[in-house]
Design a protein around this ligand. Structure first.
Ligand SMILES: Cc1ncc(COP(=O)(O)O)c(C=O)c1O
Length: 384
């Protein structure tokens, strides 16, 4: 059982997240133009967002969809992942990463995570491969790059597909390459807590023409238009993004470098403000990599973060658990009979980590207030 998130309906002095929407006047006039045009469904603004995204990442294709989950789901179907197949996913991630594997009838095989990067433990991957393994979904958790070189090496050697779950990693880099562009497919989310937001939305990127074609068809009911003829060649979905959502994304993409630069600065300021707190640990980024801090998740070693969360809440500061150890969630625990000790690092991170307020536009005074609240809590020795 996952403990209830406390304080969901409270009012806070410092919110966990405030989505940055770009220049409001520019956005409002674009939305007005779209509303007046009457063309609300996937159209020229979705295409413009796709072009801006592909240009920024340097990929051949970017396909806008209705969520990060839809991006992952379509990727698996486009790759032909079937029931009886197995796909490796990290044991510590947002459930969508594994849920999509269940949704195509395959088995998500959990891999424990590294205690410092919070990402998939690469050295455990090979021992979990079976003749049924068809792919790996490494997650760049909270924007922090997973160790892609060894993952791609294993994938090449064993003929596996790699779908990067880059839900929160827009702009993060792994050894000079942008996250999401290293595997066969990369999936992004535009949920309000991500780097850019369209309310709900997502994107698949790839350099593979055939996969891109399949994903475009599957997102739109299985429809193929060729030489002005329409036919339905697959049982597809309606996973389209609409024009209003695309307009939001487009305005933010114009400022993407500034958005990312500000997040990186805030990350540095936060670490500086919190580093003296006893027992606190920060997510570690691999050498020659950069993170965009989709979320600022700290770990309190050997302490239960839920009690700290309540104390922050009393101080008017909104926080949340980092993310979830999948094997202790009701569905996965019951279906596969997992024990918490099966993936010990994921379980520890689930219990010990907290996402602190973090967003573009956050002031240094807010960071200092969070730091004071945490220092106060640690001095009172009420962490547990
Ligand atoms: C790692 C990860 N993968 C996938 C998703 C799913 O994205 P969405 O909420 O856009 O469906 C999320 C969303 O929070 C996520 O954090």
């Amino acid at each position: 059982m996952v403990q209830k998130q406390v304080g969901e309906k409270m009012s806070y002095n410092i919110r966990l997240c405030k989505p940055y929407l770009g220049d409001k006047q520019t956005l409002l006039s674009l939305l007005e133009e779209i509303l007046d045009s009457g063309f609300l469904l996937q159209g020229k603004y979705v295409e413009k967002l796709e072009q801006a995204f592909a240009h920024y990442l340097g990929t051949k294709h970017a396909i806008a969809v209705s969520s990060g989950t839809a991006a992952l789901h379509l990727s698996l179907i486009a790759l032909g992942i079937n029931p009886r197949d197995e796909v490796l996913v990290p044991a510590y991630t947002f459930p969508a990463t594994a849920n999509v594997v269940e949704l195509v009838g395959a088995k998500p095989v959990l891999v424990d995570v590294d205690s410092e990067t919070y990402n998939i433990s690469v050295d455990q991957i090979e021992s979990l491969l079976t003749p049924r393994t068809k792919g790996i979904i490494p997650v760049h958790l909270f924007g922090n790059p997973a160790d892609m070189d060894p993952i791609m090496e294993i994938a090449k050697k064993c003929n596996l597909w790699v779908i990067e779950d880059a839900a929160g990693a827009l702009g993060s880099t792994y050894k000079g390459k942008r996250c999401g562009t290293i595997g066969h497919l990369g999936c992004f989310s535009f949920h309000p807590r991500k780097i850019i937001t369209t309310g709900e939305g997502g994107m698949v990127v790839t350099n593979d023409d055939e996969l891109a074609d399949r994903i475009r068809i599957l997102r739109n009911h299985g429809m193929r238009i060729s030489e002005s003829q329409i036919d339905f060649i697959a049982a597809g979905f309606n996973y389209r993004m609409n024009e209003l959502e695309a307009a939001l994304g487009l305005i933010q993409m114009k400022e993407i470098e500034r958005i990312i630069g500000e997040r990186q600065k805030l990350g540095e300021l936060y670490i500086d403000a919190l580093k003296g707190i006893p027992g606190i640990a920060f997510q570690k980024t691999l050498p020659n990599c950069t993170t965009v801090w989709q979320a600022f998740v700290v770990r309190f070693r050997d302490r239960v973060s839920n009690s700290i969360l309540r104390l922050l809440q009393k101080a008017g500061i909104e926080a949340k658990i980092g993310t979830y150890a999948l094997h202790i969630l009701d569905f996965y625990r019951k279906k596969y009979g997992y024990e918490p000790s099966d993936y010990p690092e994921a379980a520890r991170l689930h219990n010990e980590s907290l996402a602190l307020p973090f967003y573009n536009g956050m002031g240094l005074e807010n960071i200092i207030e969070v730091a004071h609240a945490l220092i106060g809590v640690s001095h009172e020795d009420r962490f547990v």
